[in-house]
Design a protein around this ligand. Structure first.
Ligand SMILES: C[S@@+](CC[C@H](N)C(=O)[O-])C[C@H]1O[C@@H](n2cnc3c(N)ncnc32)[C@H](O)[C@@H]1O
Length: 237
């Protein structure tokens, strides 16, 4: 069984996602009780991409969110460093370039794009898995156009202590067991729970975005804070 540790070694993270790619989307639906679809719709609405715009969907995995971003005519680059996840996505969509989405292999810590390329940059459930959060936030800022926006959709923390305790219990005890019924890599789902518990809260992530150069940073909670959507802008020059 392949899992990453909280040091998030890139080789371990990529190998772990390669190993779960085939059942990744199914497990998301099961473990979130279908809530993930609502979270993705909220992220797509927050990006608000229009015809003529170019969007980077970073750590796109199988591209579950990428296709929806093209709804108003935007073009989307789906970038990830797990070949297994990209391959599974291409299989599902019938090709690595299809329906306004182009898959590109690349590392969030050294993006294979010129400065100021994208109107919007978004990352869903990816930033938590990147080894160096601050460097990834700076890379996303570098490839966004001046005035461009970022939307981060990521697990977060429930501000009500009693509810957070119940949720933490689900993460640490139930989630890996349920995952074990559908996946032969339970350890990958233990990593999922541990990495969520270890992740900064809403204000902590907002502060890191600001340090990376993003301005007008704001967030809103989804499902009481199980997930948070953060948005920011690269300042105009
Ligand atoms: C939980 S999946 C999220 C996939 C997709 N965005 C979604 O919403 O379902 C996390 C993804 O982050 C990718 N990832 C982690 N570190 C990365 C890095 N340094 N560069 C590119 N992708 C990375 C993994 O390969 C994996 O596909």
């Amino acid at each position: 069984m392949t899992r990453a540790e909280l040091d998030k070694s890139p080789a371990d993270v990529a190998a772990m996602f390669d190993s779960i790619a085939g059942r990744y989307d199914l497990l998301n639906d099961v473990l979130s009780l279908g809530q993930d679809r609502q979270w993705r719709r909220a992220a797509v609405r927050a990006v608000e991409a229009y015809s003529g715009e170019l969007v980077l969907d970073l750590a796109a995995g199988t591209g579950t969110s990428s296709q929806a971003l093209t709804g108003n005519g935007a073009r989307v680059i789906a970038c990830d460093f797990s070949q297994g996840m990209l391959r599974e996505g291409a299989r599902q969509r019938g090709g690595a370039v299809s329906g306004g989405v182009a898959c590109v292999a690349g590392d969030a810590l050294e993006l294979p794009f010129e400065d100021a390329t994208f109107d919007a940059v978004t990352i869903s459930f990816g930033l938590r898995n990147v080894q160096d959060t601050d460097r990834a936030l700076r890379e996303m800022h570098r490839v966004a156009k001046p005035g461009g926006r970022v939307v981060i959709c990521e697990f977060s923390h429930i501000p009500v202590r009693a509810a957070d305790r119940v949720y933490s219990g689900y993460l640490m005890a139930a989630l890996p067991r349920i995952a074990g019924l559908f996946s032969d890599n339970t350890a990958a789902y233990e990593y999922l729970s541990e990495s969520i518990m270890d992740w900064p809260d809403q204000a902590g992530l907002a502060a890191r975005m600001q340090r990376a150069g993003w301005t007008r940073v704001a967030w809103r909670n989804l499902t009481m804070g199980v997930v948070a959507l953060h948005r920011g802008y690269r300042p105009e020059e």
